[in-house]
Ligand binder design. Structure first.
Ligand SMILES: NC(=O)C1=CN([C@@H]2O[C@H](COP(=O)(O)OP(=O)(O)OC[C@H]3O[C@@H](n4cnc5c(N)ncnc54)[C@H](O)[C@@H]3O)[C@@H](O)[C@H]2O)[C@@H](O)CC1
Ligand SMILES: [K+]
Length: 514
């Protein structure tokens, strides 16, 4: 068992893949073995997290997730804790493993209760074993048109609802078994009717022990807020031939710079964007300058900026290293172009040339919005991808929704699926930004980024990311590596941000080289 941190990459397995791993393992093991290992792991982590807990309340659902909780209750009771169990299952309807663990918990003398004990203190512990992987199975059935047509909306057992509410409002720490209950292991979204009430995320003392595999939903969408501190136990089972459904990104290997190198060794980035104030009264040159600053501080050899402001700004006195250029003066065929940051309406007329001529290309913000509205531009992006010319798209969920002709909610409902769809549709690397950014490339296993936090929810941080991707592409990284490394470093910079200091995009860009 170990704690999961962003320092290392990990393979992720969705609910279907986890099911296959489980069935393969179960076929070679004595009956009930996996649940016994799961329950023991839960009890061990519970005791390590709450060594002074006298009482442990275990909320156990009707399926095998509840079975893990019952098994853990037996160990905790035997180890001298008062294990108080609320079990929502029924002996005659429970899966065989869960029923066996119920019998073992009974024999150990756990206490049965309808709800959480009143006197739980912050030293005690709650264990959330209500729902695990079963939620994903029910969600995928609900999304299957064949079932969705006839399936009535699921009614939620009021006892389940009450237990969920107690856990979510608990002052005692909460350890979730396998997944925070209600969270879909594949999408990181809560199943209908099981989401917590809107409001700030749960308190700090929240833990999740993922069993057998790490699942994508733990790391994206609502997953990151829900899981708290994440632990993993593989239950002694290797994934075998099962390919990962996704990867959790890790840090890039440091690439030392040769002494015998010069600015030309690290490539030229050209930023095309930043509509001027004169155009429509909406000055957006700052966005392009932020992207350029990020490229500069990420190590690009030279950074050129073609502002869409009719030459109003000849020099950025804060960043004299940036070389301002008229768009017509850019030798696009030799450049890595970052296009769209603050591009407004003006970027539209530059896009056909940029898309067809740029050697390497990052498309962001208004470039993406224009492309979404113009089928001819979409065809040009696809064509360059099909010619094998490096292209990275960096949409946030709304931009992704426009590109795919979906709603933002549909994109968020399946972030991995949406990123994969974008990558296929445009033969490009797609970075779907947001909590747990997803990076997808055509025909490759997608990655989820583990770094970053809500400090990044401020104006201009997306422009900084686009510049970072551009710098890596210019230095020769593949589009997928450039995107994964930039997203990771962007989040890492936010994670290392000094407490109590506001994160601004300009400062974020300046800190990148440190
Ligand atoms: N699959 C595995 O690899 C292993 C599974 N184990 C445990 O078993 C769990 C999976 O067990 P199950 O497949 O029995 O599933 P769960 O126990 O997660 O859920 C099944 C129950 O939840 C109900 N349910 C599902 N979706 C619901 C929704 N949207 N609203 C309300 N109720 C809903 C179902 O009706 C069913 O009663 C794992 O998460 C893990 O904790 C472990 O014992 C070890 C091995
Ligand atoms: K759970």
């Amino acid at each position: 068992m170990h704690r999961i941190t962003p320092h290392q990459p990990h393979p992720l397995f969705d609910s279907a893949a986890t099911g296959r791993i489980e069935r393969a393992a179960a076929a070679t093991l004595p009956a009930h073995q996996l649940m016994q290992r799961a329950g023991l792991a839960v009890a061990q982590l519970a005791q390590a997290l709450a060594p002074y807990a006298r009482t442990v309340w275990l909320a156990c659902g009707p399926g095998n997730n509840g079975g893990d909780g019952l098994e853990a209750a037996m160990h905790l009771q035997r180890n001298g804790r008062q294990a108080v169990v609320t079990w929502l299952g029924q002996p005659d309807k429970a899966p065989a493993d869960a029923r066996a663990s119920w019998l073992r918990a009974q024999a150990a003398g756990v206490q049965w209760a309808d709800h959480a004990p009143d006197q739980l203190s912050s030293c005690d512990l709650c264990i959330d074993a209500l729902l695990g992987l079963g939620v994903s199975a029910s969600s995928s059935r609900a999304m299957d048109p064949a079932h969705a047509m006839n399936a009535p909306a699921r009614t939620i057992d009021p006892r389940l609802r009450a237990c969920l509410s107690m856990l979510r409002h608990s002052l005692a720490p909460v350890l979730a078994v396998d997944l925070p209950s209600g969270l879909d292991a594949d999408t990181g979204q809560y199943a209908p009717g099981l989401a917590p009430d809107p409001g700030p995320p749960p308190g700090p003392a929240r833990y999740t022990l993922s069993l057998l595999s790490l699942k994508p939903g733990l790391f994206t969408a609502a997953g990151r807020d829900a899981v708290g501190q994440l632990w993993f136990d593989d239950l002694g089972v290797a994934p075998g031939p099962e390919p990962p459904s996704a990867w959790l990104s890790g840090p890039a290997l440091a690439a030392p710079r040769a002494h015998a190198s010069h600015k030309g060794s690290y490539g030229d980035v050209a930023v095309v964007g930043g509509e001027g104030l004169a155009e429509r009264g909406l000055g957006m040159t700052g966005a392009a300058l932020l992207a350029a600053s990020a490229a500069l501080h990420s190590g690009a050899g030279r950074v050129l900026v073609a502002l869409l402001d009719d030459g109003q700004l000849p020099l950025d006195p804060q960043q004299p290293e940036l070389m301002l250029r008229r768009f017509e003066a850019l030798a696009l065929e030799r450049l890595t172009v970052v296009c769209g940051c603050g591009g407004g309406q003006s970027v539209g007329q530059r896009l056909p040339e940029v898309i067809t001529r740029a050697a390497r290309l990052v498309l962001d913000a208004d470039a993406l919005n224009h492309i979404a509205g113009h089928a001819a531009l979409q065809a040009l992006v696809l064509a360059r991808g099909q010619q094998g010319r490096p292209t990275v798209l960096t949409p946030h969920p709304l931009e992704a929704a426009r590109l795919l002709g979906l709603s933002t909610a549909q994109v968020q409902a399946d972030r991995l699926g949406a990123a994969r769809q974008l990558a296929t549709r445009f033969a490009a690397v797609a970075v779907l930004k947001g909590s747990g950014s997803v990076i997808a490339a055509p025909g490759q296993t997608p990655a989820i980024n583990p770094t970053g936090n809500a400090l990044l929810a401020s104006a201009g941080t997306g422009d900084v990311l686009a510049g970072m991707v551009g710098a890596r592409l210019a230095a020769g990284a593949s589009p997928l590596n450039a995107a994964c490394d930039a997203v990771y470093a962007h989040g890492r910079a936010a994670d290392a941000w000094p407490a109590g200091q506001a994160l601004t995009a300009g400062e974020l860009a300046r800190r990148l080289g440190r």
